[in-house]
Design a protein around this ligand. Structure first.
Ligand SMILES: [Mg+2]
Length: 294
């Protein structure tokens, strides 16, 4: 159980734990659905205790910066998107790659040339390369002296040996995304020392409980985490921001850009997403006041 706080009685925590177990034992996989139900339960539980969720989970920090993801496209479009993101105040861009690795090298070289020196680049190959492609890619990036913060999931999710092979040859840190869905996945990959970072997503692991558990497992191995999201709305991505607050020592990178990609939000209150800035509400639970009528 990940809840702390002197106002919680043993019985209420027990009941809450039983509810979470019902969610997780109800059906195989279906992690997004389980995450949605879990988020609602955590929100209600914190509301009943009249405390913000992040505080219930042990967090204190309310303000964060997120990076933004740039979709895989032709080079010109990606450069335009990167420059626009930079203008909007994003200091960290995650560039989607995973095409032919030689084309990807051209993408990164040209994107870097178009941006300010201080703009940080993360790369996400989305399982698109072989381990040999990745090493070729890394050699070329090193030759061009392009600073890269990390490379996410260069090879297929089950290729843990491939990740380890790359990590041993790379000066750029390697982050696991699709390779880590569950807490047990985290243990397996970290036991093999196959990656430098782990990307946690609530929709991938089944919700807040497993996200906290994965962060705690990573802490045991001395590995830092990113917290990311799918194309989700402000409620579930907001819940991920509460998790980031609760495990701020381990979750050092936020990639929670989905709400700012939405044209409108139906949520009143809750976590505020404003460009690169994320601010947690101090309202009870997730701090959501209601839904905006359309
Ligand atoms: Mg990814």
């Amino acid at each position: 159980m990940h809840i702390i706080g002197k106002n919680i009685t043993g019985r209420s925590v027990e009941d809450f734990t039983k509810l979470l177990n019902v969610v997780h034992n109800s059906i195989e996989k279906n992690f997004s659905a389980k995450s949605a139900v879990e988020i609602a339960l955590y929100d209600l539980f914190a509301q009943n205790l009249k405390t913000p969720l992040y505080k219930l989970l042990g967090g204190t920090k309310r303000e964060f910066k997120t990076g933004i993801t740039i979709s895989l496209n032709c080079i010109d479009t990606m450069i335009t998107d990167c420059v626009e993101a930079e203008k909007q105040g994003f200091g960290s861009l995650k560039i989607k790659l995973g095409d032919d690795y030689k084309e990807d090298i051209k993408r990164v070289i040209n994107i870097k040339k178009a941006l300010h020196v201080e703009t940080s680049l993360k790369l996400d190959a989305n399982q698109g390369w072989s381990k040999e492609d990745c090493v070729e890619f890394l050699n070329s990036i090193e030759k061009h002296q392009i600073p890269i913060e990390l490379i996410e999931q260069p090879v297929k999710k089950g290729d843990i040996e491939g990740l380890k092979y790359i990590k041993e040859k790379s000066s750029i840190p390697i982050l696991a995304d699709e390779s880590v869905f569950s807490p047990m996945d985290a243990v397996k990959i970290l036991e093999k020392d196959a990656v430098d970072f782990v990307n946690i997503k609530l929709d991938k692991c089944g919700g807040i409980s497993n996200a906290l558990l994965i962060a705690d497992i990573c802490k045991l191995y001395g590995v830092k985490c990113m917290i990311g999201c799918m194309l989700e709305g402000a409620i579930s991505v907001g819940a991920a921001a509460h998790v980031a607050s609760a495990r701020r020592e381990t979750i050092t990178m936020l990639d929670l850009d989905a709400p700012i990609l939405c044209k409108t939000s139906l949520v009143s209150g809750g976590v505020k997403f404003d460009g690169a800035d994320i601010k947690l509400s101090d309202g009870y639970g997730l701090g959501i006041n209601g839904m905006i009528a359309r």
